[in-house]
Design a protein around this ligand. Sequence first.
Ligand code: F6P
Length: 280
Amino acid sequence: MRDIFDAIQKSAKRIKEAIDTKDIGYSQLENSSGETQLELDIKCDMIIEEEFSKVASIHTVASEEKEHEEVLHENGKYFIAYDPLDGSSLIDVNLSVGSIFGIYEGAFGTQKMVAACYVVYGPRVEMVFSQNKTKLYLLQAGEFEFVKEIRLNEKGKLMAPGGTQQNWKKYHKAMIDGFFAEGYRLRYSGGMVPDLHQILLKGGGLFSYPATSDKPEGKLRRLFEVFPFAFVFKTSGGEAVDGKDEILTLGHAHIHDTSPCFFGSKYEIDRVKEVYARNA
Ligand code: F6P
């Protein structure tokens, strides 16, 4: 696992450089932001694949940018699903983005998950790695330094409600309104990595991306976004559910499957379970 940890750190430094590079960054934004994002997404995907190709313990990788999984080393034992640059459309407006990694032993699937990691590219670059504990690292002078362990409180103060409101179920809207009526504060940038990172570091709260009338299976991808963050939240003393079941008990039929998801501290997730059970 140490070699994977190192490969992610190397990738993160190179991705930060790619984000900052004129040729694939700002220079083309004036012409076509869509093209530029695409270029940056592909570049970041290539960087990670290149670094993972050097790690013999990695058997197979699945990237959010590619249709199919890919075998790297027949004798490796780890399977890694990753989103190279989540929220890349936010680069245009200079908000934070991230890379997400789910690490499995023997095969993809929640029962086989052994670690998860994400990197936030914001004003600073931070990396969060969850195995038995969740640890925060900060990139300083070219090296990642351990900062602290992350633990969630039983109850938080922040609310990140995803999905288009007009497509929310009535009881979902009533639940979110109820949290705000209790004093929760809105924190939603539209980048899953920084939005969840904020909730983790500020002690707790609720991030939700529910089933909506236009997206009955939610928007966020199980392998590339939902499972890794469920692992990070569980390891940090929080909870992750799809409204009914724990995320880490869910299966997946295809690597690009999505799922409704709720990540938070115990208090908020108990409320989600109660509201969703009542309205099932
Ligand atoms: O999956 C990409 C993503 O940008 C996530 O990072 C983010 O949480 C979500 O989509 C935002 O979706 P919406 O724009 O529907 O709120």
